[in-house]
Design a protein around this ligand. Structure first.
Ligand SMILES: [Zn+2]
Length: 116
């Protein structure tokens, strides 16, 4: 299991500039879903080749128009692993560790945190 934890993103606590813009840091290997409020992809770290299952989810708040956004990065070893993860709901993905959460909450709070 430890063999998949090789990326510099895993060794430390990433900052916003480690993650965005996404195309500066990751190649898209496969897109499962592509919507303005939900997208799911397999990303590959440009630096080390580590694969990630990636999900972007935006919660829609019609009143404020200031939507919370959740980005999840789950390190994986194989494309098949991502296909298994893709069968899970976005709530079930919250039970998967380790995963990196890059969240922007409605109150303006931005957090980048490993869940292990
Ligand atoms: Zn890396």
């Amino acid at each position: 299991m430890e063999t998949k934890l090789r990326c510099h993103l895993i060794e430390g606590t990433p900052t916003e500039s480690d993650l965005s813009p996404s195309d500066a840091h990751f190649d898209v290997i496969k897109t499962f879903e592509e919507d303005s409020h939900l997208s799911r992809r397999i990303l590959k770290c440009k630096r080390c080749g580590q694969l990630y299952f990636y999900e972007f989810y935006e919660e829609i708040d019609w009143k404020e128009g200031n939507d919370s956004q959740y980005c999840t990065y789950i390190p994986i070893e194989t494309v098949e692993e991502a296909e298994e993860l893709n069968k899970k709901s976005q709530f079930a993905l919250l039970g998967v560790v380790p995963r990196l959460q890059d969240d922007f909450l409605q109150d303006g709070t931005k957090t980048i945190e490993w869940m292990r």
